[in-house]
Structure formats: structure tokens, C-alpha cells
Design a protein around this ligand. Structure first.
Ligand SMILES: Cc1cc2nc3c(=O)[nH]c(=O)nc-3n(C[C@H](O)[C@H](O)[C@H](O)COP(=O)(O)OP(=O)(O)OC[C@H]3O[C@@H](n4cnc5c(N)ncnc54)[C@H](O)[C@@H]3O)c2cc1C
Length: 478
């Protein structure tokens, strides 16, 4: 088993910068990511293949990603790309599988920069083929160079609405409509934070110019209530909604499309810090459950750090500065030489982080889970798509006495499938809290994290063996 001073989990903006910062102090650092190269969600590298050719990523993101990948390649960081990490155990052993078999390593410190998971608040027909996540659509566009559909409905909330719509149009697709949960007044409240990032404001203005030129209508304060197959296409029904996300009486609209790209925000990926039993709190504006941490990412467990959106949604620029802070904090705690120089570096990074996070926090607030939206989920709608658990089954478990989400999980199998509750966990917890009248999300808890964190083939763990290799103990004397 290889030994390192620090293992960083996640090669996005946060993880890559954390690894570079820690390695720059002379520490022996390893970086794991399941993607084939560094960059994470925003700075992901395009792949060669069918459909490649749409220049769907912003060139600034592409250049930033290329620069990050070059910096990593020139550094002393040992990288394990295409290595999904399936287990992390206390102080600190990391187990991953890779193209050449299983990899195990140990480290004195662990920095978790595992990013986010997309949230979709279920509606009738959301599991129909052709309905995909809004954030997932950015992967298709950026990485595969493919359109989500020839004609697409873009729905949900947050900045990805405009990003996906504009990139789809630029790639030659048609966007039939954009259904935005937020109203114009909600966006207006974000303007002061937007002004702090003129580059992003400019990028947003360019996206909206593309959308307007294409004649795509934006329906403010609208939500999808139903998607159903219509021959080879999908019929989506949209309804007006109030600020909390509850549909209201008004004119419903239907659109016929090939693809529905829908997303209702992002939730921090906390399965590793939950597995390691760090302390967590629920923060609606940070996207959901987050590990309790100081401003440099130190959690409640010694030498365990969090960085980036996995520590609370704040966007890619803030993820990068947060990564630097976690890397430096880790180096200081491991006794790196010249601490006063590192502290000065951290002070500069903190200032940059505060500035970068302002924009991200405003966007996270816009994408926060809306209570009325969750209340409006119909009884026969599937909430846990891995195990086909409906809202009615969740309500029945609450009636039968479930008070905590792990009881709900044990009684209904909600959150017990291959995604380990990453997709349904936030909505299931909200449904339970509201149904039992609990005072807070903390009082109904969050799903316990379990290994394997990622689906893993048993063959990949055992390696090649014959039955003769299995040690059979001698029969016990009678
Ligand atoms: C699908 C998706 C698409 C998005 N697209 C955009 C976009 O186009 N523009 C934008 O501004 N924001 C986008 N976002 C938001 C964006 O992710 C963040 O703001 C930003 O990437 C945060 O950087 P990060 O380093 O914290 O996380 P990320 O960039 O998400 O990096 C986390 C990395 O950890 C890796 N990882 C996590 N768990 C494991 C594991 N168990 N084993 C191995 N590797 C693991 C992931 O593969 C990922 O590369 C998207 C989010 C999602 C979920």
C-alpha cells in the first residue's frame, strides 16, 4: 500500500488547487478523481468521439482547465485519474478501482473536494427517458460535444438555465422554452453580488443575447408539473408557481420536445465526511447538509478537511480559492516549514475567497430547495428512482411512525439503491420533516453514508483467483 502525507479526493477546481497548494510546501500528495483528467464539472476536458465538434464550453473555462491540467502535470502531485474512490476509512485509508485494478493508499491527512450532486425535485414523469438533469446537459455539451436534443425544454432554476439554453442554441439545437422557478424580482436581488463579478455578468449577458436572438421564450415563475411520452417525443406541461414553488391556478402551457433538461439546484456531496463521522449541519442556502468546518476547511475530525462546493455551494471561482486554503491549512497542521509565509499566503487567499464566494452564495440562494415545491409532489410520483419508492410510500412510513430518515430508508428502501441516496436524500428528508412536523432538518437526520461509495465490481476487488486460493480452515476437532 502506498503512503502519502496527504490524499486529496476530487480533481475539480477545489481539489486540484488544494493538491497544488499542499505539494508546494514539500508534502507528498496524491490526488484521486473518477474522471479521466482534472477539471471537475466546470473545467472538464472535452473528449474525442462522436458528436465532438460543438464548441459548447466557454473558451475561458476551457483555458482555465487546460492551465490547471498543465500545472498539475508539472507538479510533484501523484495523480490517480479514472479512479473512483469506493471506500475511505478512519485515519486515513483510501480504496479506489482503476484501469489497472484496485489501488489502496494511506495518508496522514485527507482533503475532501468531492463537489456536488444535481437536485431534481420529482414531478410526474421525471424518470421518463429523455428527461435529463440540467447539470448533466452541461456534461453532454462540454465533454461529449453533443446536444441534449434537437428540440429541448430547459427548466428549473439558477445560472445553468441560461448556460444550457445558450450553448444548445449555439450548437445548432432549438430551445422551445425556458421555465424558470425564479421570478424577475428574485434575479434582481442578485444584482449587487453579480456586480462583484463583471466577467460572469458579461458572460450571462452574452448567453441571454443568444437566447433572445433565437426567439426562445422565458417563462418566469413557472415549473414543470408533468412529462409524458407523445409518440417519439415528450409532452411537458408547465404551470405558473408562487415564490415557494407551489403551482398556482393559471394558464398551463404544453410543449412538445425531444429532451427535457431540468435541475433544481445542487447539493454538496458529503458522503465521505459523513462516512468518517465528521459533524454536519443542514444549511438550506449552502445547498443542504455540509460538514461543520472553519474558514480554511478544517472539519471536526483531526486532519480531515473539506473544500469547494462539497463544503457548501459557492461556485467554481470560490472552489479554487477554498482549495488553496485547505491545502495550506493542511500543510500548517502537518508542521510545514516557514509557517509565517504560509499564513501570509492563506490571508491573501482568504481575501480572494470572500470576493469569489459572494457571487456563488447569491446563486446558491436562488437554487435553494423551495418548501412549496416539495409539498407539491403528487402521491404516485417516484421519489427514489433507484428503488422506485413513491411519495405515497414515504407518507405511509411517516404515518406508521418513521421519525428519522434512516428509519424511512429501512422501512421503504428509499435511498438504498446504487446512488446511495445522493439523488433523493434531500427531498426525502424534507418530505419527512414536513410530514412529521419536525422543527428542523437536523431533527430528522440525514442518510448514513455506506461503502461502496461508487458501484464497484467484486472482480475488481478480488483480482484473479481460483477456488484453490481460498484458504479453507481445518475442520474443528469434535
Ligand atoms: C453535473 C454538474 C455539472 C455542472 N456544470 C457546471 C457548469 O457548466 N458551469 C458552472 O459554473 N457550474 C457547474 N456546476 C457547478 C460546479 O460543479 C461547481 O461550482 C464547481 O465545479 C465546484 O468545484 P469543486 O472542485 O468543488 O467540485 P467539482 O468540480 O464537482 O469536482 C469534484 C470532483 O470530485 C470527483 N469525485 C467526487 N466523488 C468522487 C469519488 N468517490 N471518487 C472519485 N472522484 C470523485 C468528481 O468526479 C469531480 O471531478 C455543475 C455541477 C454538476 C453537479
Amino acid at each position: 500500500m502506498s503512503e502519502f502525507d496527504v490524499v486529496v479526493l476530487g480533481g475539480g477546481a477545489a481539489g486540484a488547487n488544494a493538491a497544488l497548494a499542499a505539494a508546494s510546501t514539500g508534502l507528498n500528495v496524491a490526488l484521486f478523481d473518477e474522471n479521466p483528467s482534472a477539471g471537475g464539472q466546470v473545467y472538464r476536458a472535452p473528449i474525442d468521439g462522436p458528436g465532438a465538434g460543438i464548441d459548447a464550453g466557454s473558451s475561458a473555462d476551457q483555458q482555465a482547465g487546460d492551465a490547471l491540467r498543465r500545472e498539475l502535470a508539472a507538479s510533484t502531485v501523484t495523480t490517480f485519474f479514472a479512479h473512483p474512490v469506493w471506500a475511505v476509512t478512519g485515519e486515513y485509508r483510501v480504496d479506489a478501482t482503476g484501469p489497472h485494478g484496485p489501488v489502496h493508499c494511506s495518508a496522514r491527512a485527507l482533503i475532501v473536494a468531492s463537489g456536488t450532486t444535481e437536485r431534481v425535485v420529482p414531478f410526474e414523469g421525471w424518470t421518463t427517458p429523455g428527461v435529463i438533469g440540467l447539470a448533466a446537459a452541461t456534461i453532454l455539451l462540454k465533454s461529449q460535444g453533443m446536444l441534449p436534443g434537437r428540440s429541448t425544454l430547459v427548466a428549473g432554476c439558477g445560472p445553468l438555465l441560461a448556460a444550457v439554453a445558450a450553448k444548445t442554441i449555439e450548437g445548432g439545437g432549438k430551445v422551445e422554452a425556458i421555465a424558470d422557478l425564479a421570478g424577475t424580482a428574485d434575479w434582481a436581488r442578485t444584482v449587487p453580488a453579480l456586480l462583484a463579478r463583471p466577467d460572469l455578468l458579461w458572460q450571462g449577458a452574452k448567453w441571454w443575447r443568444t437566447i433572445r436572438r433565437a426567439g426562445t421564450p422565458r417563462l418566469a415563475r413557472h415549473m414543470i408539473v408533468r412529462v409524458e411520452p407523445a409518440g417519439e417525443r415528450l409532452r411537458a406541461t408547465l404551470a405558473p408557481c408562487e415564490a415557494a414553488g407551489h403551482p398556482i391556478d393559471g394558464k398551463q402551457t404544453t410543449v412538445l420536445v425531444d429532451c427535457v433538461a431540468v435541475g433544481h439546484g445542487l447539493t454538496p456531496s458529503t458522503e465521505i465526511t459523513r462516512l468518517l463521522r465528521a459533524r454536519h449541519v443542514y444549511s438550506r442556502t449552502a445547498g443542504g447538509w455540509v460538514a461543520v468546518a472553519d474558514q480554511d476547511g478544517r472539519t471536526s475530525r483531526p486532519l480531515l478537511y473539506v473544500a469547494g462546493d462539497g463544503a457548501g455551494i459557492a461556485g467554481a471561482a470560490a472552489a479554487a480559492t477554498h482549495g488553496v486554503l485547505a491545502g495550506l491549512a493542511c500543510a500548517l497542521d502537518l508542521g510545514a516549514s516557514n509557517p509565517s509565509r504560509l499564513k501570509r499566503r492563506a490571508e491573501l487567499a482568504r481575501k480572494a475567497h470572500r470576493q469569489a464566494a459572494r457571487f456563488g452564495h447569491a446563486m446558491a440562494k436562488l437554487m435553494a430547495l423551495r418548501t412549496g415545491h416539495v409539498d407539491s409532489i403528487a402521491p404516485d410520483t417516484i421519489v427514489c428512482r433507484c428503488e422506485d419508492v413513491t411519495r405515497a410510500e414515504i407518507d405511509a412510513a411517516c404515518e406508521a411512525g418513521a421519525q428519522e430518515v434512516n428509519q424511512l430508508k429501512a422501512w421503504t428502501r428509499c435511498g438504498m439503491g446504487p446512488c446511495q441516496g445522493r439523488t433523493c436524500g434531500d427531498v426525502a428528508g424534507e418530505l419527512l420533516m414536513r410530514r412529521v412536523g419536525a422543527a428542523s432538518r437536523e431533527s430528522v437526520g440525514c442518510f448514513s453514508a455506506r461503502t461502496p461509495l461508487r458501484p464497484v465490481e467484486v472482480e475488481a476487488l478480488t483480482g484473479e483467483f481460483t477456488y484453490d486460493d481460498i484458504p479453507i480452515p481445518k475442520a474443528a476437532p469434535l
